[in-house]
Design a protein. Structure first.
Length: 306
């Protein structure tokens, strides 16, 4: 990981010294939260701010003098961006666009970029600049919400199928192998719905709540996440030996204003640390599942009345 906190701060005059013709790169670019990269007329990097180093995973010395092709997943992506935005005869009608980039690790991400040529008073291109922010997480959440809506509004599916589909979406998003919806009454934890790439737990399977990771969720009355049970000290808990779980994220399930049980996603292998946004997202998953259970309960009530 690049130490961006000191990478450019150790060179306080660097931004002021970089010039393209008579154009100086403003020092204020250094502290922008968005990645800023400046290249010469041949699209070779002459300057990058701290955010760019963090985003792409390089040191300043690894970037300076390199072609900006280094930042694109393929040569064709580099050429296409150049033809549209970074040439003397760019074809783009505007220079605010979305594009895929690649980090030093090889991971591809979606960025939103504002960029284009820098010209002198006579219109001669001196170089190019790009200001980029990573929108891959935002776009992933948008796609997830769209998928959840499609599942929930699909009248061809019954409640069981919808909830399993929601659990599958959760597994994909949280990078886990299994998802469960439980019903909790007193000390009993009963599995109502499950989805798993490994082995599903039979509906109706009942465990003691104290043997389950969800005990902590209920005790804290909120979302709980753990990406490595051994490293976090959770391993001695009975649920670790019972289910061999390394990754866990769960939340209370509230249906019609009352505690119903829990929703959780798990894996036997550790994963990258969860983020604050994941704790909000699992509450959203629980809300979608609660809606389905509430609708099912109301339909059963109407059927009974009729």
């Amino acid at each position: 990981m690049v130490d961006t906190a000191t990478e450019l701060q150790n060179r306080p005059d660097e931004a002021a010294d970089i010039k393209l013709g008579k154009v100086s790169i403003p020092s204020l670019f250094r502290d922008l939260p968005e990645a800023v990269i400046v290249a010469d007329e041949n699209r070779h990097i002459v300057w990058a701010n701290n955010a760019a180093l963090m985003m792409f995973g390089y040191t300043i010395d690894q970037l300076i003098g390199q072609s900006t092709a280094l930042l694109y997943p393929s040569k064709s992506d580099f050429v296409e961006a150049g033809e549209a935005h970074f040439s003397n005869t760019g074809t783009a009608t505007e220079h605010n666009y979305e594009c895929e980039y690649v980090r030093s690790s090889g991971k591809v991400f979606l960025g939103e970029t504002t960029g284009g040529p820098m010209r002198d008073a006579h219109g001669t291109v001196l170089g190019y600049f790009g200001i980029t922010r990573d929108i891959s997480k935002t776009r992933a959440v948008e796609q997830l919400l769209n998928s959840l809506y499609k599942v929930s509004s699909d009248q061809s599916r019954g409640t069981d199928e919808k909830i399993r589909a929601i659990l599958k979406l959760g597994c994909e998003h949280f990078q886990t192998d299994s998802g469960l919806v439980s019903w909790v009454r007193e000390d009993d934890y009963t599995v109502l719905y499950s989805y798993s790439d490994i082995a599903e737990i039979d509906r109706g399977s009942t465990f003691q709540i104290d043997d389950c990771c969800c005990a902590k969720v209920l005790a804290e009355n909120g979302p709980v996440a753990c990406n490595s049970s051994k490293d976090s000290g959770c391993a001695p808990h009975p649920c670790y030996s019972l289910f061999v779980l390394e990754t866990y994220i769960g939340v209370p399930l509230i249906v019609d204003g009352e505690l119903f049980g829990t929703v959780n996603f798990t894996s036997p292998e550790p994963r990258a640390p969860f983020e604050a946004g994941d704790l909000e997202l699992i509450k959203m998953f629980a809300a979608w599942i609660a809606q389905q259970l509430s609708i099912e309960k109301e339909l059963n009530r109407l059927t009974f009345l009729n």
